[in-house]
Structures are given as C-alpha cells and as structure tokens.
Design a protein around this ligand. Structure first.
Ligand SMILES: *Cc1c(COP(=O)(O)O)cnc(C)c1O
Length: 473
C-alpha cells in the first residue's frame, strides 16, 4: 500500500466506523452464528501475491461485523461493558500510525511523560491521595499478576526471582470467594499455587468475613506458612460483591500483608464522589487496579494500576540488560520496569483525548445515569409478580430471575433457557451467573451511548420473552 492509498483507505475506514456507530442499534447485539460458521469463510492459506485493498475491505465488511458481538451497542447489558468512546478511537488510530513503542522513556518520551500525567489525572479523578503513582497495564489480570508477584518478592525479601521457589516457605494470599478468576490465575503464574490462595467466605452482605480472615492468617502462621498478601474485591464480576475495604486493610496492615484492591469495573464510578463510600479506606492499600476500558470509555486495552510505593513494583519487575540501559539518564521513568511486558502500547493518548473531549462532568453524567437507570429497572422488575430480584443493585449491576407461580420445570433450567431466548431475540444481551446455588440473570448498565429508552426496551423485552417462553414450555 502506498501513501496515497493509505489516505484513501483511512478515510474509508473512518466513514465505515462512523456509519457503524450510527446504525449499531439496528443490529442484534449478539450475532446469530454457530461455532465454525465464520472460520470457514476465511482462506485456508496466506496469499503469495498482494491482494487489492478493495478485496480485503469487501471481505471485512462481508464477514466480520455480522460475526461480532457488538459491545458498543447501547443495549449491551452482559458481562461488564467494554466501551470505546469516539475520541478514544481517534487517539488509537494516531498511536497506531506512529507505531509507538513505549517501553523506555527514550523509545517514546512524550508517551512516557503523558502516561505519568494521565495516571495522575485519573488518580485525582477517583480521589486517591497524592502519594499514589502508577502505570497503564494492558488488563486488570496483568495488574493483579504484578501485584501478586510483588507480594511474593516482598515476602521473600526480594530473593524469589533469583533463587526460584523450590524449598522456600509456603506463601499464602487471601481473597474472598467473590473475587475474580484473574486472582487464581495470578497465583498459578507467580508459582504460588492455587491451594495457597485462601478463599475466605463472605457474609450475607457479600463481603469477606473479617474474623475468618484473622483466623485463617493465624492458623497459617501456626502451620509455619508465610502470609504474604490480601486481595480486596470492590465490585466483583458475578454480582458486585464488595469487601469492607477499611477494616480489611487494617487487619492486613497489622499482619504486614501487601494489599491489592481489584476494582476493575467499579473503579470508574469513583469519579463520582457520592459512590466512593463503596471503597472507603482504599487509601490504605498498596496497589489498586481499575479499567478505564470498561466503564469510562477508553478502548481496550487500558488498565490503570496505582501503587503507593513504585519501588516495590520496580524491584519486582525491573531487569536491565545492557541493551535496555538509557545512557546518561538515571532518574527517568521506564514503564517497562513496572510491567510484565517489555514492549508497550501508547495507552495514555486515548485517556488524554477521552478526558478532554468529555470532561469529568460528561463522564460522571453517564455513570450516574447508568446507576439510576439500573436501579429503576430493578425496582420495576421486582414489582412484577412473576419476577424476583436476587441481588440488589451494586452501582449499575443487579441480578434477578423469573419465577412464575405454576412452573413445572426446574427454576434454574427455566432461567437458563430464558437467557438464551432473550439473547437469540437480539434486542438486548444479558448473561447469567450462579448465586447462592441458584442460576440468576445479571443486568449491567454501562454502555457509553446508552439512553433511558434502552432500559425501557430491556424491561419490555425481558417481560415479553419470559411470559411467551412460559406459555410455550
Ligand atoms: C473485568 C474484571 C477483571 C479482569 O479484567 P481484565 O482487564 O479483562 O483482565 C478482574 N476483576 C474484576 C472485578 C473484573 O470486573
């Protein structure tokens, strides 16, 4: 592709993107495809000779969008949202064009300095004290892995990277049963082992039982094991489980544990001061992650990882072979020393565009609307005689199930079938989870362009399909 063609096709791509966003609500949120349907449409081998951009772009339009689940659809109410605000999309194109590689200050000075500034803007936006700095990791899973590695190295007095773990003390990390699977995976990858992630049961309020945490730590010490860290959950993925951050941090500090807070989804809402009571005490943590790529509008991947003392993170992850040394510049920040990956994308650019294009007020308004609309919808569903709310809204997430009086099949099966029927209908998209041994249906509001009418459509769709489904059983 020559430079003239690049210009033409970039314009074509922007037109396509604008049209896509304009007409996205006409599409079913989830495509009507079976596994393998799309794969068979691609050529089996790479071409030996160049193909025209016309042919490539035609194939894109013919095959890809119709085979995608549309996360930017205003009636995407499944999982957690993954938003790409238009301003962030534009920044991504610019960053891609520069082929920015942001591993060292020297390899992209503006990117490093903007990253420092954007992390600080976000720190202020969510109300963390000044001593926190941080970096953009690709995902919350990576940030949590970095935190668990830090727990490990700190507990082993910085010798684990050198000697390996063979013959060392057994390290223990504590988390509630409501935490995300990325914590389990971090334990695997850090070499600490699934069995050493101690899952503390939650109480009726879905928060970790503090007394049982204390007891578990004590029992582990008595058994000769080494408690290393605590992962605190704020807005868990299943039903929004949230620990008592303040009390847990006090216990962990008294036990000299490293504290990591996983607020991957809920953290975005902390730009609204009225929601900050959810994580009251968070300033006592050592490490905090939230994903601007979920609820804030930065596109995938963008995970803000804050640390109280970057030296612990750097001591865990920094490695400086000669070819990575930045000669004559000792006091600069090289963000590859704060993360697992060496090569890094220019994520700060989209955050800068995003925060400036919408302002914190514009972003707050969206989040406040999502929370308000989810609460109203939960009330409306709860008021219907054949539905029950199974977990109350945590920010914009709640769960419910359909419970018709005269049902002769099993409730779990009935609700599993109902989710499938709703999703096949295409107007809205929901997912299910297990809670208290029951299959329940989750609803999360959070798409950037969602409007109140979309919640209304969700209500109508859910009631209509549940009731037709019921009569057809
Ligand atoms: C989404 C989510 C994660 C995982 O986030 P990734 O960025 O996809 O790795 C972890 N924890 C919680 C609470 C989440 O909501």
């Amino acid at each position: 592709m020559d430079k003239r063609e690049f210009r033409t096709w970039s314009h074509r791509a922007s037109d396509w993107s604008a049209d896509y966003l304009d007409t996205i609500s006409d599409r079913p949120v989830r495509p009507d495809v079976q596994p393998g349907d799309i794969g068979k449409l691609f050529a089996d081998s790479p071409p030996e000779t160049p193909e025209s951009m016309e042919a490539i772009f035609d194939d894109f339009e013919r095959i890809i969008p119709g085979g995608m689940t549309h996360w930017q659809h205003p009636r995407f109410f499944a999982y957690f949202p993954s938003n790409a605000a238009p301003a962030a999309i534009i920044a991504e194109q610019l960053a891609g064009t520069m082929a920015a590689q942001c591993m060292l200050w020297q390899t992209s000075p503006a990117a490093t300095e903007l990253e420092e500034k954007m992390i600080d803007w976000l720190r202020q936006a969510i109300g963390l004290p000044e001593q926190f700095s941080g970096t953009f990791q690709d995902t919350a899973s990576s940030a949590t892995l970095c935190a668990v590695l830090t727990m490990r190295e700190r507990a082993l007095e910085w010798s684990g990277n050198q000697t390996g773990l063979s013959g060392r003390e057994t390290l223990r990390v504590y988390a509630s049963t409501g935490t995300h699977s990325s914590i389990d995976k971090a334990m695997w990858i850090a070499g600490l082992g699934q069995n050493n992630l101690v899952k503390i049961p939650t109480n009726d309020d879905q928060a970790m039982d503090v007394e049982r945490l204390r007891a578990a730590i004590q029992a582990d010490r008595e058994a000769g094991m080494l408690p290393a860290g605590l992962v605190v959950c704020v807005g868990g993925t299943s039903i929004g489980a949230t620990d008592h951050v303040d009390t847990l941090c006090d216990v962990a500090k008294a036990e000299d544990l490293f504290i990591h807070v996983d607020a991957a989804w809920a953290g975005s809402a902390m730009i609204c001061p009225e929601f900050r009571s959810l994580w009251q005490g968070v300033e006592k943590a050592d490490s905090i992650v939230f994903n601007p790529h979920k609820w804030l509008g930065a596109s995938m991947e963008c995970s803000a990882h804050f640390v109280r003392d970057p030296a612990t993170l750097i001591r865990t992850l920094s490695i400086q072979p000669e070819y990575l040394k930045t000669l004559g510049k000792e006091d600069i920040v090289n963000f590859s020393e704060w993360s697992v990956q060496l090569g890094r994308r220019f994520r700060a650019l989209k955050v800068w565009f995003l925060l400036r294009a919408y302002g914190l007020d514009g972003l707050r308004m969206r989040i406040r609307n999502h929370v308000a609309w989810a609460r109203t919808l939960a009330e409306r569903i709860g008021a219907e005689p054949d539905f029950e709310i199974t977990t109350e809204p945590v920010l914009s997430l709640f769960s419910f199930r359909h419970r018709p009086a005269d049902l002769d099949s099993d409730l779990d099966t009935h609700n599993r079938d109902l989710v499938e029927a709703i999703n096949n209908d295409g107007r809205i998209y929901l997912t299910q989870t297990q809670h208290d041994g029951k299959l329940v249906i989750r609803f999360v509001a959070g798409q950037f362009e969602m409007e109140e009418t979309d919640a209304q459509i969700a209500f109508e769709t859910i009631c209509e399909i549940a009731r037709s489904h019921e009569s057809g059983r």
